[in-house]
Design a protein around this ligand. Sequence first.
Ligand SMILES: [Zn+2]
Length: 426
Amino acid sequence: MGPYNPYSGQGGRPGGPKIAPELRHLKRLLSSDLEYHHRWQTHRFLDQDAPDGRWLRLGEPDQIAEISVVVGLHHYYLARAHEYTGRTRLMDSRKQLIKDIPKAELHIHIEGSLEPEMMFDLAQRNGVTLPYADVESIRTAYQFDCLQDFLDLYYQGMSVLLTKQDFHDLTWAYLLRCRDDNVVHTEIFFDPQGHTGRGVAFETVFEGIWSALQDGEQQLGISSRVIMCFLRHLEQSDAMATLEEAGPFLDRIAGVGLDSSEVGHPPGKFLDVFDRAGELGLKRVAHAGEEGPPEYVYAALDGLLVDRIDHGNRALEDPALVGRLVELKMPLTVCPQSNLRLAVVRDMKDHPIRAMLAAGLKVTVNSDDPAYFGAYMNENFNALVDAVDLSADEIIKLVKNSFNASFLDKDSKQQHLETVRVLVED
Ligand SMILES: [Zn+2]
């Protein structure tokens, strides 16, 4: 009998493992859509070879398929892969990619990361009475028919945020979620008018958020930028006063944004304050085309001179506008789960993210108000895999876009993109 042939299962030591069926199974996996994933997995296992050349076991034992062969006295491990079946297997490999790939988040309202549990804790700490009996009834209340439904509860939730420590704790909790989701850079919005309007000082809000972001950088290695949003349902004069108030903090504020109730409050209402922000050297972004028509997106581009559009879904209604956004390489910070929960899309299966990518739009995936919509970064990606069959290539493209569209300096962007490249190409 000749040496063991793993392809035929013939030969080798009598009684040795007959692994041909498993190896054929693995070859099938490698030649399918999973090829990329398994090459990568294999590489990662190799990286973790024990000194004696044997493979270390990763993950749950029953999730690992191990293919080994005994030749003479030597026990060779040829390959191992996660054991999956059918479609679940294909999706799981993409979800593993989503987990492992570093990402940037560019559209997150820090006040929208206030989880019901923390809302209750802070209410107790600060002696604030909430109109809910318990955490469950808060969650039950999170049923929204439109943006305004959500905003009403969003502003009510803010009422528990009073001290610098509250804003620190809120931001820190979000950063821990970033760490869990491998979000390595985040550009957070905050709504100063939502706090100053109820007697909380700008400084209290900003310093609380800032101290947590500093801790995030030092302890978690997560870099960040802060974007101050104006509430568009208020007057421009109010926004202008807020920009003045932010004066002492502007060296730590990357840009201004525009959020809250979109319809009826077009970008044109804020031309002067956005001009002023531009003069001050601040970046400019604005929510546009979430519920508002394509005209609002044009107005954000041409009136507010934005560096990014937040949402932008309704731009798809106007092919000429799509053409312009592509030509400008204008980033769109899309928020899938938010779109579903606020009825921008009826069903996640209708989400246009793949059409947006196919059209050449520079789209990114973001969580918006994760505590209210029940999904942080990776859950947003996973929902797209489940509902619209987002591919591995599309996931990688979205992640690259997130770094390219960030306000990081060129070198930092390159570093992150290089990390992504090494991860996905090996
Ligand atoms: Zn938003």
